[in-house]
Write a new protein. Structure first.
Length: 146
């Protein structure tokens, strides 16, 4: 397997995930070669990220006054995936800063193979000004707990 730039120790990185959602690859997500199109993992990442953030309360009224937005997103394709295959898409918070945090993604197929690795920076912004606002202590605690 090729080295992934944001993962120092693959075994340790994999062991830090607990939250996941199931993904069943639909026919419409494959390309003419029969494997998952390169844009589809970003849709999986979005679905996983939203469910992860909902699970820690970031889409509840608990954190009014701001909203998380995606500042960057990347994906490393490590193994091909095909129609009707089932994945577990794991999501975790990694780096947590003053106004932003990194989210990491891990896609594992039914055989336990790592198919996808990803990361993205989320910035917490004020919805009217678009300016970054600090993450509250309770938000940071929720992110660290998962």
């Amino acid at each position: 397997m090729s080295k992934v730039s944001y993962i120092e120790n693959m075994e340790s990185w994999r062991s830090e995930f607990s939250f996941y959602i199931p993904i069943k690859i639909r026919f419409s997500e494959t390309d003419m070669f029969g494997h998952v199109n390169n844009v589809s993992p970003f849709i999986y990442f979005e679905e996983g990220r939203i469910e992860f953030l909902k699970s820690i309360g970031m889409f509840n009224n608990d954190y009014s006054g701001g909203m998380p937005i995606v500042a960057d997103l990347q994906c490393d394709y490590l193994k091909q995936m095909y129609f009707n295959e089932e994945l577990r898409l794991y999501v975790k918070a990694d780096y947590i800063g003053t106004t932003s945090f990194d989210v990491h993604y891990m896609g594992i197929n039914g055989e336990g193979d790592l198919c996808l690795a990803g990361r993205g920076r989320m910035v917490y912004i004020h919805p009217e000004t678009g300016k970054p606002v600090p993450l509250s202590d309770s938000m940071k605690s929720s992110l660290q707990a998962k």
